[in-house]
Design a protein around this ligand. Structure first.
Ligand SMILES: O=C(O)CCC(=O)C(=O)O
Length: 227
């Protein structure tokens, strides 16, 4: 059933979902920073497929319950990105919508994305900014860009929607944000003294993924059948 306001309501986002205790999330952030510091790695693709902590994080009961409330009981992880923003390095993620890129298009009634704060995410260290309600405009024309080894869909007409209406979404470590797959969002450069670490997760229900690229990896089922 199509819902007029989408799966997360009028604003197209939900905050306050706890995926970890703050202490355990900060400890995980410290471990990831230590692991990736020497290479200053900014993006790690699909860590849920090969690291135990990320495999567990995408399955956290409170997070799963919130995703199931939005898109139904049967869910799979389509994709994850670990993003580390290092202090002193210019690294912005441009306005985009998680549900569309060169590889695929997600049905907004059968998908949702989550952003998990592993460290605290603040305005100065590069938290997400979003345009509440922007999902109502649907998917915008986009160009795909290979950035730091991860292709992203840059929303080409985003500036028409974002000038006065975007809002910063600082989150404490251990907290998650759910977003409609069409919600416009971005993140800025980290101007603080410490690293900012977050995990983006795209969840889909059966039939929610339309692939453009047959080489795309299969979804990783968490619950139910139909994959
Ligand atoms: O972690 C970030 O700064 C942005 C992540 C994001 O927007 C995404 O992966 O879609």
């Amino acid at each position: 059933m199509t819902r007029t306001n989408g799966v997360l309501g009028r604003r197209g986002l939900r905050t306050g979902v706890e995926w970890s205790t703050p202490g355990a999330a900060r400890a995980r952030a410290a471990q990831l920073v230590a692991e990736h510091r020497s290479q200053q790695r900014e993006i790690v693709r699909n860590p849920h497929l090969n690291t135990e902590w990320a495999r567990a994080a995408v399955r956290t009961p409170q997070l799963l319950a919130a995703v199931q409330e939005a898109i139904g009981q049967d869910i799979a992880v389509e994709n994850t990105f670990l993003v580390v923003k290092w202090p002193g390095r210019a690294f912005e993620i441009p306005w985009h919508q998680d549900g569309i890129d060169a590889r695929l298009e997600l049905d907004p009634d059968r998908s949702v994305s989550a952003w998990l704060a592993i460290s605290d995410a603040t305005v100065s260290n590069g938290c997400l900014h979003a345009v509440p309600g922007s999902h109502h405009f649907g998917y915008l024309p986009f160009s795909s860009e290979a950035e730091h080894g991860a292709e992203r869909g840059r929303a080409d007409q985003a500036t028409g929607f974002t000038a006065d209406t975007s809002t910063a979404l600082p989150l404490p470590a251990g907290s998650a944000l759910l977003m409609d797959s069409r919600l416009l969002h971005r993140s800025g450069t980290n101007t603080s003294n410490g690293a900012r670490v977050g995990l983006n997760v795209r969840y889909a229900a059966p039939g929610g993924i339309r692939r453009r690229d047959p080489q795309s990896p299969s979804p990783d089922p968490l619950t139910g059948t139909g994959w």
